[in-house]
Design a protein around this ligand. Structure first.
Ligand code: PNS
Length: 165
């Protein structure tokens, strides 16, 4: 095997995933076809209230991502670039839903590159999911709206269970 062939191209898809949506899965699936290994990293954010615990979110991600042999799930605390450095990950993959995402994402991408040389690859989301956000899904489901096309069936079930529906 040549030295070139042994290089593992690794990327991280970071996020809160509270819960994972079809929009996340679209980006992670596409990243999985571009990189040898994709780490889906769930941010442990003590200052943000969440519907699902980090362990629950990891479990749900594990269920819906089991079809990808080169995707693994992890969690991280603190700076994403520190996680990247520790785990030898040179690239962050982010989905861009609309131009409104771009300004903040660009700022973070430039900061992360400046801090640690970690690059960001922006992937345009499938237009079908350009309006999709976990926060909206939770709000709509809380008031009885139909979010069945936005989440995998097992996640929808968990969401309804959590909301007592
Ligand atoms: O799903 P989210 O909540 O939009 O994901 C945001 C996330 C986790 C990707 C972002 O907040 C992040 O990278 N947080 C880690 C803390 C960090 O590195 N902050 C500095 C960014 S320049």
């Amino acid at each position: 095997m040549s030295a070139e062939a042994s290089i593992v191209r690794r990327a991280v898809c970071p996020g809160s995933f509270d819960p994972v949506t079809n929009g996340h899965l679209d980006i992670i699936g596409r990243a999985a076809s571009l990189y040898d290994e994709v780490v889906v990293a769930v941010l442990i954010n003590k200052s943000k209230s969440s519907l699902f615990t980090v362990d629950e979110r990891i479990e749900m991600l594990g269920e819906v991502l089991a079809v990808y042999p080169n995707v693994r799930i992890d969690s991280f605390y603190g700076l994403l670039v520190d996680y990247c450095r520790t785990n030898d990950i040179p690239v962050i993959v982010k989905g861009l839903r609309a131009i409104s995402d771009f300004e903040y994402e660009l700022q973070m991408a430039q900061m992360n590159r400046g801090l640690a040389g970690v690059d960001t690859l922006f992937m345009p989301t499938n237009p079908e999911y350009s309006f999709l956000a976990s926060s909206l899904v939770k709000e709509i489901a809380t008031y009885g709206g139909d979010v069945s096309t936005l989440l995998p069936p097992t996640i929808l079930e968990r969401l309804h269970e959590r909301l007592g529906r």
